[in-house]
Design a protein around this ligand. Structure first.
Ligand SMILES: Nc1ncnc2c1ncn2[C@@H]1O[C@H](COP(=O)(O)OP(=O)(O)O)[C@@H](O)[C@H]1O
Ligand SMILES: [Mg+2]
Length: 318
């Protein structure tokens, strides 16, 4: 991805409500601003993080963003939240809340949830919390009861409505990027990746990087991703010096994106392109999860990415 300086997922991240593609059931919750604490739960790439950020943008609310899965220790998070919520700003008008966005709260410790509960109570008068998670059953009841839960897994009716909108979005991005896609390819492409719009955009960018600017149904049926060069490297490149070169020169500022893609799209890649390694998928997922957890404790995150790639190379070679 040498020539790419911005990921489609960032370039086309929704800035306000108009850009969000979500069912009316979800959008109607924010008509009157952010009244309650909200928990967005559902599968990856459906717009949970984007929606949280769009809300604070839309209403011009001061906010603190914390990625609970990678950011820091319970104490640091607690201190950050307390600092943010307890300072009075000139924006503190009636109906204006400070917002704490707690992204990816599944996977945090019981200790974290206890601290969170206390902190939420302490600042209930001037702050609101928006949390996101993939798996709602990982959250304890005393936490759940403090949020209005919004399900980002869509029902059949919503799915058909959203599919049309995804199709239009992908078509518009193609146009903006100087690419074209045949109509049946477009429908097939969106359908295959639904509801994960992140992975849809990563794949679309993969075509562009590879020079496929007129996308056909055949193209859609083959695996593709903006990270495909990393995935190929896992299987093909045995020279550690070359590994190092490619990863460091192309991905040193994208460590978190690469780790995320190794945990998600890479699995699909194995299922489609590397059938002999399907048996290694569980180990790959464990390795990625470990590296993601470690990532915050190392001074140079690039080391974590390299270590993860080397580790997966070892796993698939077995
Ligand atoms: N509902 C959506 N509407 C518009 N764009 C979306 C939506 N969901 C995902 N995207 C695209 O995918 C990217 C990742 O979405 P994100 O909000 O981080 O998903 P999640 O937090 O649910 O995993 C966004 O930057 C945006 O480009
Ligand atoms: Mg997210």
């Amino acid at each position: 991805m040498n020539s790419i300086n911005q990921l489609f997922t960032e370039k086309y991240r929704p800035k306000n409500f108009d850009d969000l593609i979500l069912p009316e059931r979800v959008m109607s919750k924010f008509k009157d601003g952010l009244v309650q604490n909200m928990l967005f739960a559902g599968s990856p790439g459906t717009g949970k993080t984007s929606c949280a950020k769009a809300i604070v943008n839309q209403f011009g609310l001061p906010y603190l963003y914390i990625n609970a899965s990678t950011d820091t220790s319970v104490d640091v998070i607690r201190t950050k939240i307390i600092d943010f919520c307890s300072t009075v700003s000139i924006m503190d008008a009636p109906g204006m809340f400070k917002v704490v966005i707690l992204d990816e709260v599944d996977g945090v410790s019981d200790q974290f949830f206890k601290a969170l509960r206390a902190t939420m109570e302490q600042f209930a008068s001037n702050s609101r919390f928006i949390a996101t998670c993939n798996y709602i059953n990982k959250l304890p009841d005393p936490i759940l009861s403090r949020f209005e839960v919004i399900n980002f897994d869509f029902d059949k009716e919503e799915e058909s409505e959203l599919t049309k909108k995804y199709i239009r979005r992908v078509y518009e991005i193609c146009k903006a990027e100087g690419m074209s896609i045949q109509k049946d390819a477009l429908v097939e492409f969106v359908r295959r990746n639904f509801p994960d719009l992140r992975s849809t955009l990563n794949k679309l960018q993969g075509y562009k990087t590879q020079g496929t600017t007129d996308i056909t149904v055949e193209d859609v049926k083959k695996f593709n991703s903006v990270y495909k060069d990393v995935f190929d490297l896992v299987f093909n490149e045995s020279d550690p010096a070359k590994n190092y070169q490619l990863l460091v020169s192309n991905y040193s500022n994208r460590v978190d994106d690469v780790l995320q893609s190794l945990g998600e799209e890479f699995v699909e890649y194995i299922q489609q392109e590397r059938l002999q390694s399907v048996k290694h998928i569980p180990q790959v997922i464990i390795s990625v999860a470990k590296h993601q957890a470690q990532r915050v404790h190392v001074i140079d995150p690039v080391i974590t990415m390299l270590s993860c790639v080397y580790d997966i190379q070892g796993i698939v070679k077995e």
